[in-house]
Design a protein around this ligand. Structure first.
Ligand SMILES: Nc1ncnc2c1ncn2[C@@H]1O[C@H](COP(=O)(O)OP(=O)(O)O)[C@@H](O)[C@H]1O
Ligand SMILES: [Mg+2]
Length: 261
């Protein structure tokens, strides 16, 4: 049996009294592409952010390549108390790359410097090697001619592709995308989806939160429908989009595709 590259069980996250994730169980095998759909506020972003420890889970466990992250320091009636050493989390965040709706590029740095930054500060790469890798990654997202541009000189679609190159430069084992096209003008969505599709063809392991259901249908090997902090239904794209078993899933799909041609 192959070891899952990522596994979470009983994943919970609360903000104060508000429980946002209510016990998520998910096993991801290498090469899987998982589309995550669901209404606003259902917990999609929080789930991705917990998986790469930008948010610390309130409960549950996450394993990366068979190894549990964090260390159980006590077991009480309320559950386990887990310690997450910052060093370990830095390593996890390097191994699980993330791309956001807002590209979060540094405005005062060139495109090349943006892609090099993490390689130098996080991976402690020597500058020449970092530059060489950044140049290669930018070429990979078809932005080889924009190395010296500043983010403000690029379109939103180009900025998002820089953000993708920056994440790829760290050579992550898993890529998380949180609505990567939601802040783009409609005519720029295609170029970013094309880039993501290219990564799919390489066989990369990816989790993608998106409202682009048509893209998700062709892109994903599996679809999760999140509702109110739970995986309400999951299955193949065929099943979830064409033949949802659950009434709530059915209503969401119908609502989301109401005005598509
Ligand atoms: N840092 C935070 N502090 C407090 N509440 C939060 C925080 N992040 C998210 N939430 C709440 O968690 C719920 C789920 O948010 P989110 O994961 O962003 O949903 P989605 O991405 O599906 O729209 C929302 O009610 C949101 O207000
Ligand atoms: Mg979100």
């Amino acid at each position: 049996m192959q070891t899952p590259i990522l596994r979470c069980s009983g994943l919970r996250k609360s903000f104060g009294a508000h429980e946002v994730l209510k016990g998520i169980d998910l096993t991801v095998m290498k090469g899987e592409r998982i589309a995550i759909i669901g209404g606003s506020g259902s917990g999609k972003s929080t789930m991705l952010r917990c998986l790469n420890f930008m948010e610390i889970p309130t409960a549950g466990q996450i394993e990366l390549d068979g190894k549990r992250i964090g260390r159980v320091v006590a077991t009480t009636a309320q559950g386990e108390k887990v310690n997450y050493p910052e060093r370990e989390l830095c390593d996890v965040r390097r191994r699980i790359g993330m791309v956001f709706q807002q590209f979060n590029l540094f405005p005062h740095m060139t495109v090349l410097q943006n892609v090099m930054e993490g390689l130098i500060t996080v991976s402690r790469m020597e500058k020449g090697a970092a530059r060489a890798r950044a140049v290669a990654e930018l070429r990979e997202v078809s932005l080889g001619d924009k190395n010296d541009a500043f983010p403000s000189q690029l379109s939103g679609g180009q900025q998002q592709r820089v953000a993708i190159a920056r994440a790829l430069a760290m050579q992550p084992e898993i890529m998380l995308f949180d609505e990567p096209t939601s802040s783009l003008d409609p005519e720029l969505v295609g170029e970013v989806l094309r880039t993501i599709n290219g990564l799919a063809k390489e066989g990369r392991t990816m989790l993608l939160v998106t409202h682009e259901l048509g893209f998700a249908y062709h892109f994903a090997t599996r679809v999760l429908y999140l509702s109110d902090g739970n995986i309400h239904e999951e299955g193949t794209p065929e099943q979830i989009f064409k033949n949802p078993r659950n009434e709530k899933t059915r209503a969401f799909i119908a609502r989301s595709s109401e005005f598509s041609l």
